[in-house]
Ligand binder design. Structure first.
Ligand code: UDP
Ligand code: MG
Length: 308
């Protein structure tokens, strides 16, 4: 199997027939074997019936239907388990991503420099309430992770199969697939892709997406860097905070010996607070280490090759 096209779909009945038709047409032109894996993420509309009907037309279609709505990350994660292709293409079900970009994505993967090619919706057709926060999100994520791409959350991406095998996605971490792949040692590139306005249905992510996005950024930074050594971050934070507190109290002690009243000074309380918070940070770190040690044997490393 050459190509697996993976599509998460939540209430996208109107878009799916046209989408499948376009994918089929594009890949047939490439003369490659392929499958399409659609995950119906607990839709309430006719998505599942539509897919059952489409299956008659396209035998290479595989459908997984969730009993309830688990979210886009869950849908992708489940589809990745099923996908058998050497190359995995993900795209949204709403026709905003263009199947005609598949050849160009594959070409970029094939020139050997990258393991994951992320689409870049350079000219985006979304409301401004979405594009501006998204620019900020992408800028911050790129800065903090050191991955120089412009559009982390584009639904249209192409992966070598090794990449997805090592990806652990849950919650809403689908926004950070390039970060997680990069952390596993894969090379991440990007290419400009066409983007279309949504014609059917409506967006599944409201304003909450931005808050969730930034909390998830914190999570991702944390799990990629400190999962196996939480005390390194908490210990450093705690040590700094407690030391500041100690210095404050030391300074006030000197003043006290020289006869000044210190118990009514705000600085006195700030010092105490800093010491307590600092100690707490260190204890958090130690607790984290206990958890990390317990699960250490389950750590999965991304292995490139074994020569035996
Ligand atoms: N999606 C999903 N489960 C969800 C939410 C969304 O499978 O809980 C799918 C949705 O059907 C679409 C893709 O994820 O194929 C992207 O969703 P949407 O188009 O609403 O996001 P936007 O384009 O607004 O970022
Ligand atoms: Mg969309």
């Amino acid at each position: 199997m050459d190509i697996s096209v993976v599509i998460p779909a939540y209430n996208e009945a109107e878009s799916l027939p046209e989408l499948l038709e376009k994918i089929h047409r594009t890949i047939t032109g490439l003369k490659r074997t392929y499958e399409i894996v659609v995950v119906d993420d607990g839709s309430h509309d006719a998505t599942l019936e539509v897919l059952r009907n489409q299956k008659k037309k396209y035998p290479s279609l595989k459908v997984i239907s969730f009993r309830r709505n688990y979210g886009k990350s869950a849908a992708l994660s489940e589809a990745f388990k099923t996908a058998r292709g050497d190359y995995i293409i993900t795209m949204d079900a709403d026709l905003q991503d263009d199947p005609e970009e598949i050849p160009s994505l594959l070409e970029n993967l094939n020139n050997g420099k990258y393991d994951l090619i992320s689409g870049w919706k350079k000219k985006r057709h979304d409301p401004i309430s979405k594009t501006i926060p998204s620019k900020l999100f992408n800028f911050v994520t790129s800065r903090l992770t050191g991955i120089r791409i412009h559009d982390f959350n584009c639904g249209l991406k192409a992966y070598r199969k090794e990449v997805i095998k090592d990806l652990q996605i849950y919650g809403e971490l689908h926004r950070f697939l390039p970060v997680l792949a990069h952390w596993n040692g894969f090379r991440v590139g990007e290419t400009v892709v066409k983007h279309h306005p949504r014609r059917f249905g409506k967006t599944k992510f409201g304003i909450s997406r931005f808050f969730n996005g930034f909390f998830d950024l914190l999570t991702v930074l944390f799990i990629t860097r400190y999962q196996t050594s939480p005390l390194h971050i908490f210990g450093m934070l705690g040590l700094l905070t407690a030391l500041i507190g100690l210095f404050i109290e030391l300074y006030l002690t000197v003043l006290w010996f020289s006869g000044q009243v210190i118990r009514n000074r705000p600085l006195f309380f700030l010092g105490i607070l800093a010491i307590i918070v600092g100690v707490q940070f260190i204890v958090f770190g130690l607790l984290g280490e206990m958890i990390a040690a317990r699960f250490a044997s389950q750590t999965e490393y991304s292995i490139k090759e074994k020569v035996e």
